[in-house]
Design a protein around this ligand. Structure first.
Ligand code: PLP
Length: 396
C-alpha cells in the first residue's frame, strides 16, 4: 500500500493530539530510515534523542529476540534477573544507589516528584514545594505537566497539581526568590531540550547547588533527554561535577522499548516504603534487555566521547557556514544535542529537509534541533549536512 493511503488511514483513526508529518516509516537501519514507499532518509532526530545507538542495532535486536523467548513480565511482586543487572549497571555508572523503573520519562519524573514530596513530608518537617524552570519540559502526565514551566502546555488542562513554583533558567536570583519555607526540591534539565536546546550556565548551576545546600533542598536533575552519552558525558551533570540527589532517565535507555528510570541516593530513597509508588510493568523484560544491550554498546563503542568529538566538529562546521549562510544566527548545545538558531522560521526548513531526505526537528519557532544517533557514520553525517546546507542556502 502506498504511503498516501497509510497517511489517510492514520488521519482517520489516530487522535489528533500531535502535529504529525505525512510520513509513515517501514524500516530503519543505523542512522537511516526508509518510508513505506522505499524513500531513504538520514535521521538527525533519532526518535527525539531515543535511538542513541541507531535504528535496529543488531545487538539490541538479538537481545530482544532472546528475551522474548525467555521471559517478558512477572509483575512488581517479583524481580527479573535483567532488572537487577540493569539497576546495578545504572547505579554503578551514576553512583546513585537506588533505582526505580517506570515506562517513560514522564513517569520517571512523576516518581521523582513523589519521592521528593515523601522525603519533604517525612524528613523535612512537611515541606512539599518543588521549583522548576520556565521553558522546562518534564512530560505530559499531570504531575510532570505541572512541573513543566510552559503555560502553553498547561493552560487547557488546569487545575494542575499544586506545589510547583517556577523560576527563570540561568537566573539565580529568580530561584532564590522562589524558595519558600515549604520548598523541598528543585528539578531542572542541564540542557533544556524541548525548550529550544538551552544549555545551563555553569556559574548559575553552581550557585543553585549552593542554594540547595544552604536551604537543605533536594537537587533533582532530569536527564531524560541529556542522559546516556548525548551531551558528551554519560550524564550531563558530569560536566559540572555535581551528583544530584535524584536523577531521571528514559529515551535512550530503552532505545524505543518503553522504559524510564528514577535513581536516588540511598538516604533519599529510604523515604519510599512498600506501597508508596509502583506500576504494573515498569519497563519489563523486553525493556530491561534492550537497555542492557544499549548501555553495553554506549560503553564499548565509547559513544559519550564520540558525541563530544562529533559535537565539537559539528559546531565548528556550522560556525564555518555562518559566513556563507548568515541565516544561521547562533549554534548552541552540548555534544550531539545541538541547535541552530535561524533568522527565519524553522518549520519550512524542516519540511524542505524532509522532502530532500533529512529528518531534523524544528524545536522552536526559529530553531532547528540536531540529535543524530551517537554512532552515526561520518558518511551519513556528511550526507545529512549536505542536504541541510543546500536547504538553508535556498531558504535564505
Ligand atoms: C527532559 C525531558 N523530560 C521528560 C520528558 C518526557 O519523556 P516521555 O516523553 O518519555 O514521557 C522529555 C521528553 O521529551 C524530556 O525531554
Amino acid at each position: 500500500m502506498e504511503m498516501s493511503s497509510w497517511v489517510e488511514r492514520a488521519g482517520k483513526v489516530l487522535m489528533k493530539n500531535v502535529g504529525r508529518l505525512p510520513v509513515v516509516f517501514a524500516r530503519g537501519e543505523g542512522a537511516r530510515l526508509y518510508d513505506v514507499d522505499g524513500k531513504e532518509y538520514i535521521d538527525f532526530l533519532s526518535g527525539i534523542a531515543v535511538q542513541a545507538v541507531g535504528h535496529s542495532h543488531p545487538a539490541v535486536v538479538a537481545a530482544l529476540q532472546k528475551q522474548a523467548e525467555k521471559i517478558i513480565h512477572v509483575s512488581n511482586f517479583f524481580c527479573l534477573e535483567e532488572q537487577v543487572l540493569l539497576a546495578e549497571k545504572l547505579a554503578a555508572l551514576s553512583g546513585l544507589e537506588r533505582v526505580f523503573f517506570a515506562n517513560s520519562g514522564a513517569e520517571a519524573n512523576e516518581a521523582a516528584i513523589k519521592l521528593a514530596r515523601k522525603y519533604g513530608r517525612t524528613r523535612m518537617g512537611g515541606k512539599y514545594e518543588i521549583i522548576t524552570a520556565y521553558h522546562s519540559f518534564h512530560g505530559r502526565t499531570m504531575g510532570a505537566l505541572a512541573a513543566t514551566g510552559q503555560p502553553k502546555y498547561q493552560e487547557a488542562f488546569r487545575p494542575l497539581p499544586e506545589g510547583f513554583r517556577y523560576a527563570h533558567y540561568n537566573d539565580l536570583a529568580s530561584w532564590e526568590a522562589a524558595i519558600t519555607p515549604q520548598t523541598c526540591a528543585v528539578l531542572l534539565e542541564l540542557v533544556q531540550g524541548e525548550g529550544g536546546v538551552i544549555p545551563v550556565d555553569p556559574a548559575f548551576f553552581h550557585g543553585l547547588v549552593t542554594l540547595c545546600r544552604q536551604h537543605g533542598l533536594l537537587l533533582m536533575i532530569d536527564e531524560v533527554q541529556t542522559g546516556l552519552g548525548r551531551t558528551g558525558k554519560f550524564f550531563a551533570w558530569e560536566h559540572l561535577g555535581v551528583k544530584p540527589d535524584i536523577m531521571t532517565l528514559a529515551k535512550a535507555l530503552g532505545g524505543g522499548v518503553p522504559i524510564g528510570a528514577m535513581l536516588a541516593k540511598e538516604e533519599v530513597a529510604t523515604a519510599f516504603e512498600p506501597g508508596d509508588h509502583s506500576t504494573t510493568v515498569g519497563g519489563g523484560g523486553m525493556a530491561f534487555a534492550a537497555a542492557l544491550a544499549n548501555l553495553k554498546i554506549i560503553e564499548e563503542e565509547k559513544l559519550p566521547e564520540r558525541a563530544a568529538r562529533l559535537g565539537a566538529e559539528l559546531k565548528a562546521e556550522f560556525q564555518s557556514w555562518q559566513q556563507e549562510l548568515p541565516v544561521i544566527k547562533e549554534v548552541r548545545g552540548w555534544g550531539l544535542l545541538l541547535a541552530l538558531e535561524l533568522a527565519i522560521p524553522a518549520q519550512p526548513v524542516m519540511r524542505s529537509c524532509l522532502e530532500q531526505g533529512l529528518i531534523i526537528n524544528a524545536v522552536a519557532p526559529t530553531a532547528l534541533r540536531l540529535v543524530p544517533p551517537l554512532n552515526i557514520s561520518e558518511a551519513d553525517l556528511a550526507k545529512g549536512l549536505a542536504i541541510l546546507k543546500q536547504v538553508l542556502k535556498e531558504a535564505q
